[in-house]
Design a protein around this ligand. Structure first.
Ligand code: LER
Ligand code: MN
Length: 275
């Protein structure tokens, strides 16, 4: 099981990414020194990093690049699968294909979270808008399959997405997409808002669960909020989940403290489960 620290080279003011605005080499060095076994790289554009350098650093530090976060292209450049405009969806699909090329080089997955976008609340429009999302996924999944890459479809809370909020929503969408290389990414921050029972939802996701984002209720490091994460870890153990866990939360009070506290608390919780 890989424990991955979140990182972006971009200077963002807000967002659930622990390491920001560092050169790639420093991010790898810090994640390795702090005991992480993976790095989750969030990129506004796939070319924001040097691909060969990333590959070299990955080998040098023995760290997995677990997934590429794509949300910044949605937040900063307005690109999403849910957009009503064909041209915007086309640009989004083309961009996702570039992330897939990089993912194939690094052996990582590609997350579709904020890129899911919104399909609006007009009941007459929603079915066709949703179908357009399915088509975007199908096209990207076909490219990903050729390159042996998995796509991770992430349900988000209602304030960020208006059609994909729960594991049940995610499983229904995956069924419509019909591609076995699209899996679910379950984020405990969003689940804490949307699911009736986080653990039941994880069990429901089991056969299609490809990735976990771990954050506490307030989107800070595990242990800084009130989500019963020990139950989440117990459930993951019970369902034999062995995929990556991304530490995706706010760098509060600062990146180093947030990374260390998160790692320490997760290890403690695991110890409680084993002892
Ligand atoms: C992305 O992983 C996520 O959780 C979103 O809230 C941000 O796009
Ligand atoms: Mn997430």
């Amino acid at each position: 099981m890989k424990l991955a620290l979140t990182y972006t080279p971009t200077d963002i003011a807000f967002g659930p990414i622990v390491l920001r605005k560092l050169p790639l080499a420093e991010a790898f060095a810090q994640a390795a020194a702090w005991g992480f076994t993976g790095l989750e790289i969030h990129l506004r554009h796939p070319r924001d990093i040097d691909w060969d350098e990333a590959h070299r650093l990955q080998q040098h530090y023995g760290l997995a690049v677990t997934t590429l976060g794509t949300g910044m292209a949605g937040v900063m450049d307005g690109l999403t699968f849910g957009d009503a405009d064909d041209a915007v969806r086309r640009r989004t699909v083309n961009l996702v294909k570039e992330y897939i090329h990089l993912a194939s080089l690094l052996g990582s997955a590609v997350t579709i979270g904020f890129l899911n976008g919104r399909i609006g609340n007009d009941p007459a429009q929603r079915p066709s808008r949703r179908q357009a999302v399915v088509e975007c996924y199908r096209e990207c999944a076909a490219t990903a399959k050729d390159q042996k890459v998995f796509l991770l479809c992430e349900p988000l809370n209602r304030y960020e997405c208006d059609y994909l909020n729960t594991v049940a929503d995610g499983l229904a969408l995956l069924e419509e997409i019909g591609a076995d290389n699209v899996l679910l990414l379950c984020d405990t921050f969003h689940m804490n808002i949307e699911e009736v029972d986080i653990n039941a939802a994880l069990r429901q996701a089991r056969s299609r669960l490809g990735y976990i984002h771990l954050a506490d209720s307030n989107r800070q490091a595990p242990g800084r909020g009130h989500t019963p994460l020990v139950d989440v870890l117990r459930t993951l153990k019970q369902i034999n989940y062995e995929g990556p866990i991304g530490f995706e939360y706010l760098p509060m009070p600062d990146a180093s403290t947030a990374a260390h506290e998160g790692m320490l608390n997760v290890c403690k919780l695991w110890q409680d489960l084993i002892l």
